[in-house]
Design a protein around this ligand. Structure first.
Ligand code: GDP
Ligand code: MN
Length: 397
């Protein structure tokens, strides 16, 4: 689960991190009052979306020369004006995809004088099963670019959970970032509180790009991107309350309401499968036959007819879906439940694309009967390979 920059900064402020004063606004009328609560002389107006690269992003229908989603302004009036101009519009960055994201919230922040921009991240390193620090002197830029062209400028190391964070970890970051004097002390304390926040709140990722040295020579968190482990959010009511559902894929959101394991992808073939392993194999074999899956979906073993109906509706709601493959190996999940769910969903929302169904296992005869009796235009398949071949052929024509 991801949160907005302003929420991440408020959270890190609670842990004692140096962040600027700021106000979030949802309506244009609030912008002037919000900006007026800060002294200036610089006000930074920042679009809040769950994607990075806002500064270099572009608004749809932008005027020539119009800036992206991060704007430096010199007065309360100008700040309010820029906030108004951004609200409600769609911002496209290299992380949003071409569709972009609508800006519904603006953060107006007390501007900082910058001497130097650096990069810092904490993340769960799956290779070592530890939390890693990643830092670089090349801040404010795309870290993927830095990693590709100048990997020597990135330092990364993991923290042994047996000892937890130690001040030498912080000094290691400080020296690699070229910090001196009181900045080293600031860095040791900042890294410690970030590590504490990360572990206490079950974060998955915490990226500060840039971490800056201000013109007064102190460290400051200028941007913050935080993601939490979705499986642990139930332990943190305060974090769950920060969820902004308008930022999430509506299909994934609907799936989560029905407790379905669904992940939206970019391909053409919608998949309804039971069991995560079979779902992965189904995606693989679709690719093998030359197409791409539109989603991962494991309806699980205990799905009801209603759940199956919802799952099918979510798949058909995706405009990219040009064909659907239902692949069920009935064990605990019975084939007749799947068949009933599919038929009920098609009755409700119709079926505009080819549908291949492969049923096997528990109650397979009953399942096939339900589908045959429904009069649905279904292409039957005998096995996984046959099913994949048939749906790819039906879609490609
Ligand atoms: P992102 O583009 O989504 O990563 O948004 P950031 O919050 O990282 O802002 C992009 C860039 O805007 C930063 O790298 C800075 O160069 C600049 N910027 C952001 N806040 C300030 C500020 O308070 N003062 C100044 N001078 N520049 C800022
Ligand atoms: Mn940034």
């Amino acid at each position: 689960m991801n949160i907005h920059e302003y929420q991440a900064k408020a959270l890190l402020r609670q842990y004692g991190a140096p962040v600027s004063d700021g106000r979030v606004v949802m309506r244009a009328e609030e912008a002037k009052t919000a900006a007026g609560e800060m002294d200036g002389p610089l006000w930074v107006v920042k679009a809040q979306i769950h994607a990075g690269g806002r500064g270099k992003g572009k608004f749809k229908e932008a005027d020539a020369g119009e800036k992206g989603g991060v704007r430096l302004t010199k007065s309360v009036e100008e700040a309010a004006e820029e906030a108004k101009r951004m609200l409600g519009r769609t911002l496209v960055t290299h992380q949003t995809g071409p569709a972009g994201k609508q800006v519904n919230r603006i953060y107006i922040e007390d501007g900082s004088g910058i001497e130097r921009e650096m990069y810092l991240a904490l993340l769960v390193d799956r290779q070592t099963s530890r939390i890693s620090f990643v830092c670089s002197t090349e801040g404010g830029m795309d870290i993927e670019e830095v990693a590709a062209h100048t990997p020597e400028k990135i330092l990364s190391f993991s923290v042994d959970p047996a000892t937890g964070y130690q001040s030498f970890h912080g000094r290691r970051v400080a020296f690699s970032l070229g910090l001196t004097g009181k900045q080293v002390k600031e860095c040791v304390s900042l890294m410690g509180l970030l590590y504490k926040a990360f572990t206490e709140k079950d974060m998955e990722m915490l990226e500060i790009n840039p971490l800056i040295v201000t013109d007064e020579g102190s460290l400051k968190v200028l941007d913050a991107k935080v993601g939490f482990d979705g499986n642990a959010v139930y332990r943190h009511a305060d974090i769950a309350a920060l969820r902004d559902e308008t930022e999430e894929d509506p299909k994934e959101l609907a799936a989560s309401k029905y407790d379905l394991n669904y992940i939206a992808l970019d391909g053409q073939i919608g998949c309804m499968v039971n069991g995560a392993g079979l779902a992965m194999a189904t995606m693989d074999i679709i690719k093998l036959y030359g197409s791409e899956p539109a989603n991962f979906l494991d309806v699980g073993g205990s799905a009801t007819r209603e759940k199956v109906t919802e799952a099918f509706k979510i798949i058909t709601s995706d405009p990219n879906v040009k064909g659907i493959l239902v692949n069920i190996f009935g064990g605990i999940m019975r084939c007749d439940i799947i068949a009933e769910g599919v038929v009920a969903a098609v009755k409700e929302v119709g079926l505009q694309v080819p549908l291949v169904v492969r049923l096997e296992g528990t109650n397979v005869e009953k399942g096939k009967e339900i589908i045959n009796a429904s009069g649905l235009n279904v292409i039957a398949a005998d096995n996984l390979s046959d099913a994949a071949e048939k749906i790819v052929k039906a879609v490609k024509g």
